[in-house]
Design a protein around this ligand. Structure first.
Ligand SMILES: Cc1cc2nc3c(=O)[nH]c(=O)nc-3n(C[C@H](O)[C@H](O)[C@H](O)COP(=O)(O)O)c2cc1C
Ligand code: SF4
Ligand code: SF4
Length: 283
């Protein structure tokens, strides 16, 4: 099969999914590359042609595809287009994300050739509570480059997309012990509610530091920040992605969440990327 171009499709408020998507194709030579960034704004409808390789990367929110990402992905379809699907998660769990993305691809005309879970700095990571900070790092990026090369060679030696044997979907859910962790988080929420502890609905702004530059309003994926009053986030629209927190040039924004100290304490052990690949049907 000839791959003429690569299309990176990603939703990435804090840019880790985007970084991984780009690393996967970094060493592809003589292949055109383009980006469809779903982070800010609703994309036009498009069919991704079969001679393109789609590299689709999304962050994990609550063990699932980030809801805004899946809403925006619905604008795309393939025509038996090969795809590398990537879930980027903050060192807790990727839950059902790869499985959901795999099903979405199959229903929308894409053929997943590889499914990978990578670790990215957690959106809630801060200097006080670092969680997977600095990920993806050099080692992760090298892994992404190697996976990209492996999949490109696979496709180039594969006679036709019709002989691809799909990835076993049962393998794509993250291990069962995650259920215990979800129960743990649910119990924390219940305990906080009983104590009437405040759960922040959106980031706060330090008015002493804010210069009204408007950067946060421009990068907010959901329009939750009005450029005329950028120190305020509309909690009805905020998805707590922390793009504004990490993107504020004055470090004026912060998101207070009781999950940050818990994740910091419980998720210190470094996890590594996990990779699944389709095969070739010899019959
Ligand atoms: C609302 C929300 C929910 C999240 N849920 C999870 C989760 O269930 N498991 C996990 O490991 N990380 C979780 N994360 C962390 C992100 O998956 C991680 O930081 C990812 O790298 C963000 O991708 P981006 O940089 O492309 O925005 C969550 C982040 C947010 C904002
Ligand atoms: S990016 Fe930071 S400094 Fe600029 S308007 Fe937003 S909160 Fe204020
Ligand atoms: S206001 Fe909410 S949705 Fe907008 S960038 Fe900040 S955290 Fe994300």
């Amino acid at each position: 099969m000839k791959i003429e171009s690569v299309c990176h499709i990603y939703f990435s408020p804090t840019k880790t999914s985007r970084k991984i998507a780009h690393a996967v194709s970094r060493d592809f030579e003589d292949i055109l590359k383009r980006d469809i960034d779903l982070t800010v704004g609703i994309p036009d409808k498009e069919v991704i042609k079969s001679h393109e390789l789609a590299i689709i990367a999304v962050p994990v929110y609550g063990g699932h595809i980030a809801p805004t990402a899946i809403e925006r992905l619905h604008h795309f379809s393939g025509e038996n287009t090969p795809a590398i699907i990537i879930a980027v998660y903050g060192n807790r769990s990727y839950g059902n994300t790869l499985s959901e993305l795999n099903s979405w691809c199959v229903e929308h005309g894409f053929i997943p050739i590889a499914a990978v879970a990578f670790i990215g700095e957690h959106s809630y990571s801060s200097d006080l509570y670092p969680i997977a900070n600095g990920r993806p790092d050099g080692k992760d990026e090298n892994t992404a480059v190697q996976i990209g090369q492996k999949i490109l060679s696979f496709l180039q030696t594969c006679p036709s997309i019709d002989v691809v044997q799909p990835i076993n979907p049962n393998k794509l859910k993250s291990p069962a012990n995650d259920f215990a962790m979800l129960r743990f988080f649910a119990s924390v929420i219940v305990a906080l509610k009983i104590k009437h502890a405040p759960l922040s609905l959106a980031p706060n702004t330090d008015l002493e530091k804010c210069t009204d530059c408007g950067v946060c309003a421009q990068i907010c994926p959901t329009g939750a920040i009005d450029i005329r009053q950028p120190s305020f986030s509309n909690p009805e629209l905020c998805i707590k992605c922390c793009a504004c927190v990490k993107g504020c040039p004055q470090t004026a924004r912060s998101y207070q969440t009781p999950f940050a100290p818990i994740l910091y304490r419980t998720m210190k052990k470094r996890k590594e990327p996990i990779f699944f690949q389709a095969g070739i049907n010899e019959k």
